[in-house]
Design a protein around this ligand. Structure first.
Ligand code: PAF
Length: 294
């Protein structure tokens, strides 16, 4: 087979645009409906599944790659966040993104840090927000800006970042942004580890330790028919068995309010966990039904 035969042809790379004007010109040529997948780069199979889900729902797919400084706290891991644009473009070509918008910070924030931002309110102060003050204000501000710049019909977000997904849904509803928000299930490695760009920082030992998060969630899920206390106990028991994982929180919450569910609660809930493994902070969650019949 020669290098030019059709079966060995490489998929077309997506069109890369860097400026607002380039995005507007590319956007004008795309047939609707249009889906957007927003990312910070360092793409993996979880992002690929977002793009594939977008392809199923829309005629055109725009992927944004922007490492948003606004959502990183002082001294947080912005500097060590992996930057892999060439590999990202290659992956996006394979999964069929049409346009990639990869602006620099001065394109997104031409006047520097924005004086006016979206407030994530009380929902943005719990769980992840408690450890990362201001994080969700930064996320929502950039998501709102990217929605205005891309003007999608639908935006896809991963269930892995459940609190972000909830807040984006609330923002779209509360501010009438007119974009359909679609959740895409978490993609896991065969051993259960939820895919995350941060996994690149895990040493082989850290990666073994990190498996305790998904194991704890599965133990909680198995105990769900016995009620909320059983879920919390089962998940906590797994976590305490791995002292190298420094647990930030383990929470069983209402998926809409993020309030802890009471002891006698029955119904849909979210079991969420965050822990530091080595220098890397990891999160994971599982939607489950508490008190359901076996
Ligand atoms: O989930 C992410 O990668 C980011 O928080 C997002 C949604 C791209 C906003 O910067």
């Amino acid at each position: 087979m020669t290098a030019t035969s059709p079966s060995s042809a490489q998929p077309a790379p997506p069109r890369l645009v860097r400026t607002r004007a380039e995005l507007a010109a590319a956007r004008a040529e795309l047939p609707g409906p249009l889906a957007v997948v927003m990312t910070m780069g360092a793409l993996h199979a979880g992002h690929a599944s977002l793009v594939e889900a977008a392809r199923e729902r829309a005629a055109s797919v725009v992927v944004t790659i922007f490492l948003n400084p606004l959502q990183f706290g002082a001294g947080a891991d912005l500097a060590r966040y992996p930057r892999t644009l060439d590999a990202d473009l290659e992956l996006l070509g394979r999964v069929g993104a049409d346009v990639v918008f990869a602006p620099s910070p001065d394109v997104v924030y031409p006047d520097g840090d924005p004086a006016v931002r979206v407030s994530s309110g009380q929902l943005g102060t719990v769980l992840e927000g408690a450890s990362r003050p201001g994080h969700f204000d930064g996320v929502l501000t950039v998501v709102a800006k990217l929605m205005h710049l891309v003007r999608p019909d639908v935006a896809l977000f991963g269930q892995k970042d459940a609190q972000q997904l909830l807040l984006v849904r609330r923002m779209v509803r509360d501010l009438d942004l007119g974009v359909e928000v679609v959740a895409v299930p978490t993609v896991r490695d065969d051993d259960g580890l939820a895919l995350s760009s941060r996994n690149a920082h895990l040493s082989p030992l850290d990666r073994e330790v990190a498996l305790v998060l998904s194991r704890a969630l599965r133990a909680g899920e198995a105990a769900a028919p016995e009620g909320a206390s059983a879920v919390r106990r089962a998940a906590r028991d797994v976590l305490v068995g791995e002292p190298l994982a420094r647990v930030d929180y383990l929470a069983l919450v209402d998926p809409d309010t993020l309030d802890d569910v009471p002891e006698h609660f029955r119904g849909p809930a979210l079991l969420a966990v965050a822990a530091k493994v080595g220098p890397t902070r990891l999160i994971d969650n599982l939607p489950l039904v508490v008190g359901a019949a076996r």
